[in-house]
Design a binder for this molecule. Structure first.
Ligand code: TRP
Ligand code: ZN
Length: 483
């Protein structure tokens, strides 16, 4: 599913680069298009009438190869058998249902997983080859633009995590008794053949078979568990559109708990090593969900919860409906942060990675609001304490509106991003500020959006010119002085 980008009219767009947008205008391709071109698509490169290969990337300036051109995914069906921690191997078939957005002679999926056994398109065997992180598929017949097609990829072997300085260990991560997936930003391809860009959201179904005694937990709503002789199969389905980096499965032993928060099912799964915190994770999750709904608007998904697993990642990830806490029992700030992401980051997703502050600045600001609720601290006071930091502090640079791929999760994205929201609140007042937050969540629910769109919304709701404020807080190279 792709959502057309409507860039805000705010002049701030010029302060930043907008990947894809000039290409979008060029997408008024010379060939007649049976579908209105989705906003981000690169124009087909072939001559009129000649099907051409889909592009190997979506043109995100932060991750050039991430995602692919020429199609739009609606659904992933993930059938996976996991052999156990001793071998760590999987045997999987993933079926990707997509719509062609150009006449396709071939197309790529992002895939860095184990050996591919075969690929079919609409049931007919297709040629495939690996090219670095891309899986290039050539169907028996070209796929006409507008056609819905299903690609089935079979693969088997031992998936491995990615490791990088900027992102730590991510993707498919072995645990003591199984494995767990934390794939932000571009790690989904370690375990799935995927259009790995947050712009192309899709629904997911997971059918995960594990050795008897283990469990599998994933995003969304659980289905029935089927018990075989030596195995059990767990079903989970994510019915709301989801970015690929938010897809997760956690395999191992877990203390499972089920409850409700204001009518929403809450399912938590905690590794036995953190078993003593299982009850607290559940109660904090419930408390935070009840607190957040009046502030941000109705919780956007069918279920909620959380997963605590053993790999020492030292970060958490806002995996949709069921955040993952990597190797620690989270305190309430962490739970607030990951649950706030369900509105800001998951439901309202990113069109381009550059706008990561829309996720991290908002989730951090939610922590400040949580502190404010007790009356012992306030977002304003927290802001002032940070403002007193020296200009050389990493909370101020790089600018959060254009941090660069290597600093996507740097302090400035989190802290100066949140400070930007406090500066906005000071300028427009509480009433307009919280209306802006709720309108943002409502207008882009289950879709994606950009910073210029946020600026335009803030100006529309408040009736104020805010270009300078956002320019200062998001894009100026140095510590903001005036706002
Ligand atoms: N999005 C996560 C959060 O703030 C953080 C995160 C995900 C992260 N993957 C990462 C941070 C990799 C550093 C490295 O909730
Ligand atoms: Zn976060």
């Amino acid at each position: 599913m792709t959502v057309a980008i409507l860039l805000g009219s705010a002049g701030t767009a010029s302060a930043t680069t907008v990947p894809g947008t000039t290409a979008e205008r060029r997408a008024a391709a010379p060939c007649p298009q049976p579908l209105p071109p989705a906003a981000h698509q690169a124009p087909p490169t072939g001559a009129c009438g000649a099907p051409s290969p889909g592009a190997a990337g979506l043109g995100d300036s932060y991750f050039r190869d991430a995602g692919n051109g020429g199609y739009d995914v609606a659904h992933y069906d993930v059938t996976m058998a996991y052999a156990g921690a001793r071998t760590g191997t999987v045997d999987a078939t993933v079926t990707v249902t997509a719509t062609a957005t150009q006449d396709l002679s071939a197309f790529d999926l992002d895939f860095r997983g184990p050996e591919v056994g075969g690929v079919s398109v609409d049931g007919r065997s297709a040629r495939h080859r690996r090219d670095g992180r891309e899986l290039v598929v050539t169907p028996a017949e070209p796929i006409p633009a507008g056609r819905v097609f299903a690609v089935a990829v079979r693969y088997a072997g031992r998936p491995k995590p990615l490791r990088s300085k900027a992102f730590g260990t991510y993707g498919w991560i072995p645990s003591k008794d199984g494995a767990v997936v934390a794939a932000e930003p571009d790690g989904a391809s370690t375990w799935l053949p995927v259009n790995d860009h947050p712009r192309d959201k899709a629904t997911y179904a997971f059918h995960v078979t594990v050795p008897k005694g283990l469990q599998a937990v994933a995003n969304g709503t659980p289905g029935p568990v089927r018990h075989g002789g030596t195995t059990a199969t767990f079903e989970w389905s994510e019915g709301a559109p989801m970015a690929s980096y938010l897809a997760t499965v956690a395999i191992g032993k877990f203390h499972m708990r089920r409850t409700q928060a204001g009518g929403t099912r809450v399912i938590t799964a905690v590794d036995p090593a953190f078993g003593s915190s299982a009850k607290e994770l559940e109660s904090t999750t419930v408390k935070v969900l009840k607190w957040a709904a009046p502030l941000f608007g109705p919780y956007p998904f069918a279920t909620a919860g959380g997963i605590v697993d053993d790999p020492k990642l030292n970060y958490a990830l806002e995996t949709q409906e069921r955040p993952l806490y990597g190797g620690f029992a989270p305190d309430d700030d962490f739970v607030v942060h990951e649950l706030a992401h369900q509105w800001f980051g998951d439901s309202v997703g990113l069109t381009r990675w550059q706008d990561i502050w829309l996720n991290e600045g908002f989730a951090t600001y939610a922590e400040w609001l949580w502190r404010e609720r007790t009356g012992r601290d306030s977002a304003g006071k927290i802001f002032k304490r940070y403002r007193a930091q020296p200009a050389s502090s990493p909370i101020f640079s790089p600018p959060p509106g254009a941090p660069g791929a290597g600093k996507l999760f740097g302090y400035s994205v989190y802290v100066r991003g949140a400070m930007c929201l406090q500066a906005l609140r000071d300028r427009v007042g509480d009433r307009a500020f919280f209306t802006i937050l709720r309108t943002w969540a409502a207008e882009h629910r289950h879709a994606t959006a950009t910073t210029p769109q946020f600026i335009a919304l803030a100006e529309r709701v408040s009736g104020k010119r805010l270009t300078e404020l956002f320019q200062t807080w998001l894009y100026s190279k140095t510590k903001p002085r005036r706002w």
